[in-house]
Design a binder for this molecule. Structure first.
Ligand code: A3P
Length: 305
């Protein structure tokens, strides 16, 4: 099965997926995307935090929310980052759309691929910050997250999904917001000749979070942040700090029609956990299916630090 094969109802790993313009969505998200096209009016100064699934969205949203708020991270003690920066394709929730009533610059998230955002957002030149992550760690994180995805709307999960089955799907491009390669390369290629897109990687941020927070702040026009502000934001957005907050240990996402525990966004927060889960065969298959395509496009990701 490939992403070009048209509409499918149930993926082999138990999640309903619909193919649209070369990408896979859950029916819920596809409906939200259509609603976004008809209701969301982008503004030139909107800021979008974009990513595929499990590539460090929670971390990046925490950093962006902290940079842009007066409290420099204290909001995160009360709310999970996904409640502070809502995805524009999240439906049934007027706060996701936020048209007239929210002052500029509005912060929005999105898991949509670049081509799906492009019609209104890319063409206006809105600032987009994208976080990519190496496919091996992304795969493991995504696989571990599948029970949450299965129960996202009703809390019901089915049997644990076999790693082998999901691996085949992921490598063939069949995953939520996949194909993963096309998602990453859509933003990567656009970022190479557009200065409204800041392309980051999870691994580089792990190597040097301080300089990346500074880079993000400059990109957002917040160059006046002091070194002390940046160090504070770094500590407030660290995995160690966020994952132990009560809101993230015991809270749930404040989003209509979803049933997601905040704790599901925090697992290990490391680079290289794939080595604990990959066989040599999986390693070479992932290189063939994904990594080689990144290299051909001039994108070189880190797999260990
Ligand atoms: P692991 O499953 O490898 O631990 P997303 O936010 O896009 O859903 O991505 C989730 C991944 O980011 C998970 O990876 C999670 O543990 C990690 N993560 C969450 N918060 C983080 C933080 N503050 N710093 C680094 N990694 C974080």
């Amino acid at each position: 099965m490939s992403a070009k094969s048209g509409r499918i109802r149930e993926s082999p790993y138990g999640i309903e997926l619909v193919e649209h313009d070369g990408f896979f969505y859950t029916p819920y998200v596809l409906e939200g995307m259509m609603k976004m096209y008809s209701q969301f009016k982008a503004r030139e100064d909107d800021v979008f935090v974009c990513s595929g699934l499990k590539t460090g969205t929670t971390w990046l949203k925490s950093i962006v929310a902290s940079i842009m708020s007066q409290s420099k991270g204290n909001d995160l003690r009360a709310k999970n980052a996904h409640d502070l920066i809502r995805n524009v394709e999240g439906i049934y929730d007027p706060r996701s759309m936020g048209n007239a009533e929210i002052p500029s610059p509005r912060l929005r998230g999105s898991h949509l691929p670049y081509s799906a955002l492009q019609p209104q957002i890319g063409s206006l030149g809105c600032r987009i910050i994208y976080i990519a992550r190496n496919p091996k760690d992304t795969f493991v994180s995504h696989w571990m997250f599948l029970p949450t995805l299965q129960g996202v709307h009703n809390g019901e999960t089915t049997a644990p999904v076999s790693k082998e089955v999901f691996f085949d799907c992921f490598c063939n491009g069949v995953s939520v917001f996949g194909p993963f390669v096309d998602h990453v390369l859509g933003f990567w290629n656009a970022s190479r000749n557009q200065n409204n897109i800041l392309f980051l990687t999870y691994e580089d941020m792990k190597v040097d979070s301080l300089s990346h927070i500074k880079k993000i702040a400059d990109f957002l026009g917040q160059s006046s942040l002091t070194e002390e502000d940046i160090r504070y934001i770094d500590s407030q957005c660290s995995f160690q700090f966020l994952s132990t907050l009560d809101v993230n240990r015991n809270g749930k996402l404040n989003m209509k029609n979803t049933n997601v525990s905040n704790r599901s966004f925090f697992r290990k927060g490391e680079v290289g956990d794939w080595k604990n889960h990959f066989t040599p065969d999986m390693n070479s298959r992932m290189d063939l299916a994904v990594e080689n395509k990144f290299q051909e496009a001039g994108l070189f990701l880190k797999y260990e630090l």
